[in-house]
Design a protein around this ligand. Sequence first.
Ligand SMILES: C[S@@+](CC[C@H](N)C(=O)[O-])C[C@H]1O[C@@H](n2cnc3c(N)ncnc32)[C@H](O)[C@@H]1O
Length: 219
Amino acid sequence: MKRIPEPELMDTMEQAEAYDQADFSEPHGKRVELFAERYGHAVTGAVLDLGCGSGDILERFAKKFPKAHFVGVDGSEPMLELSRRRMQKAGLSSRMNFVRSFIPSPDIPKQDYSVIMSHSLLHHLHEPKVLWDTVKQVANENTFVFVADLRRPDSEKDVARIVDELSGDEPEVLKQDFYNSLCAAFTADEIRSQLKQAGLKLEVEEVGDIHILVYGAGK
Ligand SMILES: C[S@@+](CC[C@H](N)C(=O)[O-])C[C@H]1O[C@@H](n2cnc3c(N)ncnc32)[C@H](O)[C@@H]1O
């Protein structure tokens, strides 16, 4: 099926709260494990999260890696506000810095990042090149890149089946969101060609039925 893009930012409080309240504990908990297996050791130093949203994955990383500190970037102020509240509640604010920035942007804080990660941002981007260009702009020789997202099924019929099978009793707004996200996601071949154009030598790995991981050295 052809890709059907969706809006980039999730920038109303209603949309941000619906996303924040969804139960992502299974996929997001697994995400940290998938990262840890591929990174191979504990993270220390600075981690950049591009498109951090309301911070559920950031919180999980911060708990798993207590010696790391984090920069979360998102273009949506409601999402960042939810992230700030979450970190305050979890007692993690001192290791978090949130920056409102619409990628691509020259304002992404430059630091010696141990890890640049991004979860479920790629499928939102109308121009995926902006993510890979940002990675190239910010990474150095020691940076490990980890990008995780959905991958697009073969047909809209498959999309409908997957949403039906995996959404359980989630509210209709989230089911629609999931449907739109699967339609907007990239295939492994599309991502390989994006990386080739960007000159990035990263692994592309299909995981389970609907996810894809892109990882490796950022330089
Ligand atoms: C599906 S959410 C993922 C949030 C979080 N990473 C997670 O996995 O739970 C995608 C996020 O990317 C943000 N976003 C989309 N396009 C963006 C852009 N061009 N620049 C900055 N943030 C963007 C949206 O506002 C939203 O918060």
